[in-house]
Design a protein around this ligand. Structure first.
Ligand SMILES: [Zn+2]
Ligand SMILES: [Zn+2]
Length: 194
């Protein structure tokens, strides 16, 4: 909606487009906005439109004399008021709908919270029952339940699992003596004869 400054009190007022006037909410005057017959500039003025006859006004822009029948000005007032009433009613309805939606949201939120509380209450009931039930149960808790089977490491010798070849005694004997040396006393004891 376009806004126009009231020529009587200076307040900013909303105007229905194409109406030709408005009722000022601040000073309660009827204001008209009509285009000049000559320069087509907007002439904004206020006054009284009671009775018969015409209302004369000089255009502030071109100073041309404009004449408007008072009946037409009153018709403009009536239309402006009708639009104001419609706007007020629409605003009221929008506010009512917003309130209704807020109430609906609040109700659904309350329902949601109530359902959450119910679920929570049922969980608490289960937990209380769990503790009480554990006391009544004849299945005693045993520490053997905590035991786990030990996993011993496997012995893996690797290459050491295979024994090497046994030593050859031949390799450790001194060379055999030959010739005359073999007939010396004790020679046969220190060496071996081949
Ligand atoms: Zn005003
Ligand atoms: Zn003019």
């Amino acid at each position: 909606m376009p806004q126009v400054t009231c020529p009587a009190c200076g307040s900013l007022e909303q105007v229905g487009s194409g109406v030709g006037g408005f009722h000022c909410k601040s000073c309660q005057r009827d204001v008209w906005i009509l285009s000049c017959r000559k320069c087509h500039n907007a002439c904004v003025f206020y006054g009284s439109a009671t009775g018969a006859g015409n209302l004369e006004l000089k255009c502030a822009n071109c100073h041309a004399r404009n004449v408007w029948p008072k009946a037409r000005l009153r018709a403009i007032n009536a239309e402006a008021r009708r639009i104001d009433r419609a706007n007020t009613a629409a605003a009221r309805q929008a506010a009512q709908e917003a309130n209704a939606q807020a109430a609906e949201r609040s109700h659904s939120l309350q329902d949601h919270v109530a359902s959450q509380n119910k679920t929570l209450q049922s969980y608490l009931g289960q937990l209380n029952g769990l503790l009480a039930g554990a006391l009544d149960s004849d299945k005693a808790f045993e520490f053997s339940q905590l035991k786990s089977i030990a996993r011993l490491p496997q012995f893996a010798p690797g290459l050491l699992a295979h024994a090497g070849p046994p030593p050859d005694p031949e390799k450790f004997l001194p060379q055999a003596v030959h010739g005359l040396g073999a007939h010396l006393p004790g020679a046969k004891n220190s060496t071996r004869s081949r």
